[in-house]
Structures are given as C-alpha cells and as structure tokens.
Design a protein around this ligand. Sequence first.
Ligand code: ASP
Ligand code: CP
Length: 335
Amino acid sequence: MKISELDNVKSQGTSMDRINVLPDEGVSRFDGMDILSVKQFKHRDLDIIFDVARDMREMVDRQGAVDILKGKLLSNLFYEPSTRTSSSFAAATQRLGGNVIQINNVTFSSVSKGEELRDTIRSMGSYSDAIVLRHPDEGSADIAAEVSEKPIINAGDGIGEHPTQALLDIFTIVEELGTIDGLTVTMLGDLKYGRTVHSLAKLLALYDVKLNFVAPDLLKAPTALVDSLIESGVGPCKHVDLDSIISETDVLYVTRVQQERFVDQSVYEKVNRSYAVNVDTMDIAKERMIVMHPLPRVDEISRAVDKDPRAAYFRQMEYGMYVRMALLALVFGKV
Ligand code: ASP
Ligand code: CP
C-alpha cells in the first residue's frame, strides 16, 4: 500500500491504529518483529522493505510527513556514539508522526549507577513501543530481545552486526546501480571489527555477487564469516592490494579502522592509515563504480573524492532514513 493511499484511508475515517488491508503474509510477518541480525531476512523481505522505502521517499518529497505512527513512542537507547543511526531513527519516527525518547549518553542515565542492560530494557519497554539499541557487547541485542515485550532493533552490537545499516547499504546499491545481481563488491578496511561489513557481507550472500575482501593482515575478516560466505557461494576472494581489483569493482565499500575495539592502542597505530582511497584510485576505477562508506569517515577516503559523482556515501545516509521509515512502519504493522 502506498503512503498516499494511507492518507486516503485515514481521511475515510478508518482507524490508523492497525491498517490490515494487505493480506500479504510477507508484510504482516514484520509486525512486532525484533530486528537483530540480517540472518532473519530473505530476498522477498528485502523487496518488501525497499518498496515501502521508495514510497517513503516519495511521501517525504511530496509532503514531508504523515501521521501513521501517531501515538507511537520509540526509545533510542545508545550506549555508544552515533550520529546517523540515532538521528535517522529519530527523523524517521517523527516523519511518520511518532515520538522519540532519546538516550544518547547513558552516563546520565541509571546505567552509571550500575543498572544492568536487561533492567534498562524492561524500563524503556514499559514507556515506549519499540527500542532501538546500540551497545558495545556482541549479542547484547539478543539479550535485550529475550527480556523485552517490545520489538528490539539492533543498531550495532559491538563487533557483531548492524542489520539496519546493511539494509540501507543494499538499498543504496539497488537505487544507484539498478541491481545487485552480477555485481562485484569490494570491501576495504577493517573487516575484522567492522560490524557493518559483517552484516552486509551476509546479506549480499542472498544475491548473485562476487565479493572481494581487501584488508591489512591485522584486520582480516573473521574465519567464521569467511567460511559461511564460502558456503553460500559468494567467495570471498582475498586480495592484498586494492589496485589489483579496482578496475573490476562495481561497489567499493570502505570502512574506517574501528579504533575503539583495540585493547592495545599500539596495534591500532600499526594499521591506522595503512590504506586509503584517493583520486588516483578513482582514476583507474570503472566509470559506473560507486564508493560507499557507512561513516564516520576518518581519513580512509580523501576529501578530494567527495566531489566525484561516484562517491555515494552521503547519498547513502539519506537512503538510510527511508529504509528506517519503512522498517518502523512495517514493525508497527502500519503497511
Ligand atoms: N557507524 C558504523 C558503526 O557504528 C561504522 C563505524 O562506526 O565505523 O558500525
Ligand atoms: N553508519 C552509522 O552507524 O553511523 P553512526 O555511527 O553515526 O550511527
């Protein structure tokens, strides 16, 4: 159902509490769903999310906001820094007519008095209708989901996953290049600690892609991830340098070294600045290649690349808001 049609339903006086007009199991399966890992998605789910995300973009262009989430309250609970995930979930909720409880700095909450995650989740769940959680521990979103009666959306659990980022990453590729099948995707950077890489690589395995991994020795992808990708038939091919494969790459996905994950900062210093994308890289890349980055960028993509139309990382952020609007509308059973 189009968002414009939602407006019509509302003006005919239908309750906005629960619009059940689509008898499609595919859509209703999202109602009340936790979003913890990309492993829970099938190809068909992504098509549904992206269709709704396109409707959301049209709606925002046309009128900026609707009120299908009127009366709904989202908790944004962030134990780690965030600009995009936190703000885009807040923007998404507000553009759909809902409200947000924002906890960006847990040191000002009872977490600093030693409150356990489970109890904080129970508290936020008693005030709000869904919880977006970012936490430094891998598996924290699963723990939250075990005790929560409200849907939990994993906004990054340590080095584990960042599923909504992967959804917006795939959406970016589809919108920018028209397809995923047949593409060569090269992931560059911190493949060991980068949770966006872990989620995206797994999700790409649903498609017919060729995956390349380029990383310094100390930042190689975990063996379990590589093994599961091999099992799914997408590789990955490991390369030592970007130059050898840049000319065959359709999507270059760059990540920063995840400094906060290093116990020993001297090890971080060894790998910091060990790779970079610059105008020389772009000179030998395909004319239709896109460069993506989940952001924040530190210095792994030179600022001179920002002017290149193939630099998709700022557009990628905007796609993220539409995807998160779609997810919220689906999880709250409003499409
Ligand atoms: N913002 C992304 C994350 O939280 C990537 C990064 O921080 O480098 O995983
Ligand atoms: N991409 C991403 O997760 O950005 P933030 O860390 O700013 O939320």
